[in-house]
Structures are given as structure tokens and as C-alpha cells.
Design a protein. Structure first.
Length: 376
């Protein structure tokens, strides 16, 4: 019965509904969080019109399927939409944007119960969706917290994505996106950015992403991007990099990781400046004799050089790649020797006369004191 641009108020209560179609501009607003129960039968709300707002609903029991990606809320080919203040539980996919644009996903709480990747979906998924703002959402216990595929010019800010099976945030073939001030904690792995360019990654926290194949962030085939002001703390690997070029890493903190940065190969013309490397087991792992990446003005907690002219910069360059990290790359079982005197001796010998590590991979201006970064 609603006309275009009406507001439909949903009173508090439980409504057993599935396949609700919104095909005209309107506001669907819940009062005191009414429950929309899909009874595990399929998709619950589908939006096909422009200028639609869905606000303040508690949506549960999305259907599960191996052939159809059922979602609590799906937006198809729409723009100027607002999805906000939802609580989603017992879901397959949470909020699914399909060929949508110029919309906002704001302040939603998405709580899955995923146990296996093959029969679980993502919290917020974008597919061929451009200029989307994803802000202040909490996402937990799904497959990927936030997933973007072929989605450009999006901003992802102030979200918390934790305890997800695979990634807290996952990019594929998406360009010129920004994600900042997010927290990715206790996920299978923190963030994967793959086959994309022009990505800006500012002031995020990547924490406690532990496991045999875990990392704070994976970069694969990423070009012309910027990673600035982030904190990588207590991850197996802070950043795992493969085939990524012309990326600037500045003002980041790497604290207590197994490896702060692990180069997997084919990484050229990257610039690392004014980062803090604090108490990582290995600051850098590098698997090639060739290097044209630049390190300058970083602080390394394991630097033992001197500063006779008192300008705050070490008088001798610092070599961040230890011979033992080279050994562990090839023989992982050797990690058991990490704290032994033998390791100290071989690392010292490599520092004096590099044989296995690139002789030009060094920080020519290492800082003597930890760099204080101004976080917004």
C-alpha cells in the first residue's frame, strides 16, 4: 500500500517473512528493533529501487544454499540507498550489494555462526558496486568480514572485523578504494588485497592474526598504493608481499610480530620510510639477491649502531635481513634455533660480509629513537 517516498514503520514484534521486495523509493524503519525471521527459507529483503533506506531491524535465519547466495539484505542495481542500524544473526550472507552505487552501509552489527568456509557467506559483500561507503559496522564469525570484487572508489572506515574464518577484509580486482581506522583482529588472516591498484590504507589496526598461513595483511599484485599510519601487532606475519610494486609504506608500527614484512618475490620500487620495527622475531624476510626497494629513516629496535654527531640518525647503515631468516625460509624447522648463540654468530658474519642477502638492502639513515606518529 505504500507510495513512493513513504515511510513504513515496523512496530516491535516478530514477523516471519521471506523474499520481501522493495521496488519503489521508501524508508523501511523499525521501532525498538522488530525481528524479521526468515525461518531459514531464503533471502529476506531485496531492494531493486533507488532511494531506499532500511533502518533499525533485527533480521535472523537467512536461508543457506550451495547454489544461491541468500542474504539478509540484497541491493541490486540501485543507488542512493542507506542500510543502517541493523542487527543480523543466523545468516548466510549479511548485506550483499550487486551492481549498486552511491550508497551507504552504516552502523550495522553482523554476527554469524560460520564454522566451515564452504557453507558460510560474507558479512558485507560488494560485487561490481562503486562509490559505496561502509562505516562503523561490527562484523564477526562469518567467512570474510567485508569482501569487494570489481568495486571501485569505495571507502571503508571505522569498522571492526574480528574472529572471521578467512579474512577480516578481502579485495579482488577493485581499484582506487580507501580503508582507514578499521580494526582487524583474531581472523584467519587480517586483510587480503589482491589484483588491485590505487588502494589507500590509513591508520588501521591488524592484531592477533595467528596461524600457519596467517598474516596481518597480504598484498598480491598490488600497484601504486599507499600504506600509512597502520599498526601491525602480534601477527604471524605483519605484511606478506608478492608481486607488488610502487607501494609507499610510511609511519607504520610493526610490533611483536613473527615476521614484520615477508617478501615473496617480484616486488620492485617500493619505499619504506619512518616506520617503527619493534621487537619482531624477524623484521624482514627477503628471498632474492636483487633489490631496488628503498628503506630510509626507519627505527629498528635491534639496531646496535652509534650516533657520534648526535643528529638522531645512526652513523652506520642497518641491514634488516638476517641470514637466519634466509635459512628459516628454506628450512622452517630451523626456527627452533632462534634464540641460540649459533644464530647470533651467523647473523653477525652475514652483516660483516653479505653473501646470501642483497648487499644494497639496507636502511642508510636508521633512526636512533622510536618515531612518534601523530595518529588522528
Amino acid at each position: 500500500m505504500a507510495r513512493e517516498y513513504d515511510t513504513v514503520l515496523v512496530r516491535k514484534g516478530t514477523y516471519k517473512e521471506v523474499n520481501i521486495l522493495i521496488d519503489k523509493p521508501l524508508v523501511l524503519k523499525g521501532e525498538n528493533y522488530p525481528v524479521i525471521d526468515g525461518e531459514l527459507k531464503g533471502e529476506i529483503i531485496t531492494i531493486t529501487a533507488d532511494n531506499v533506506t532500511v533502518d533499525g531491524l533485527f533480521i535472523i535465519n537467512v536461508g543457506t544454499s550451495y547454489t544461491v547466495d541468500y542474504a539478509a539484505v540484497r541491493v541490486i542495481k540501485s543507488e542512493n540507498f542507506l542500510i543502517q542500524n541493523l542487527v543480523l544473526e543466523k545468516l548466510f550472507f549479511g548485506i550483499y550489494l550487486e551492481k549498486a552505487r552511491n550508497g551507504r552501509v552504516y552502523h550495522n552489527n553482523i554476527i554469524g555462526d560460520a564454522e566451515e568456509e564452504y557453507n558460510s557467506g560474507n558479512g558485507i559483500q560488494l560485487w561490481y558496486s562503486n562509490n559505496i561507503e561502509i562505516d562503523q559496522n561490527i562484523i564477526t564469525h562469518v567467512r570474510d568480514g567485508i569482501y569487494l570484487e570489481f568495486s571501485d572508489d569505495c571507502t571503508i572506515t571505522n569498522n571492526r572485523s574480528s574472529e572471521n574464518l578467512r579474512y577480516g577484509l578481502h579485495f579482488m580486482f577493485s581499484n582506487n578504494d580507501l580503508y582507514s581506522h578499521n580494526t582487524f583482529e583474531d581472523n584467519g588472516a587480517g586483510v587480503a588485497v589482491m589484483f588491485s591498484k590505487g588502494i589507500k590504507m590509513y591508520e588501521n589496526t591488524f592484531k592477533n592474526n595467528w596461524g600457519a598461513a596467517a598474516y596481518g595483511m597480504l598484498l598480491k599484485e598490488i600497484n601504486d598504493s599507499e600504506i600509512k599510519g597502520n599498526t601491525f601487532q602480534q601477527n604471524t606475519v605483519g605484511i606478506n608481499i608478492e608481486g607488488s610494486n610502487r607501494v609507499t609504506y610510511s609511519s607504520n608500527d610493526f610490533i611483536g610480530n613473527g615476521w614484520a614484512i615477508k617478501f615473496r618475490g617480484a616486488c620492485y620500487t617500493n619505499n619504506f620510510k619512518e616506520n617503527n620495527f619493534l621487537y619482531n622475531s624477524f623484521d624482514l624476510s627477503y628471498n632474492s639477491k636483487l633489490n631496488d626497494n628503498k628503506f630510509e629513516g626507519n627505527f629498528w629496535s635491534s639496531y646496535t649502531g652509534y650516533d657520534l654527531d648526535k643528529d638522531g640518525v645512526g652513523d652506520i647503515p642497518y641491514r634488516p635481513v638476517k641470514l637466519f631468516s634466509y635459512v628459516v625460509n628454506r628450512t622452517p624447522e630451523a626456527i627452533i634455533l632462534l634464540r641460540s648463540l649459533f644464530v647470533d654468530i651467523i647473523d653477525f658474519s652475514e652483516k660483516v660480509s653479505p653473501v646470501f642477502t642483497p648487499d644494497n638492502l639496507l636502511d642508510i639513515r636508521p633512526r636512533m629513537k622510536q618515531i612518534v606518529h601523530d595518529r588522528n
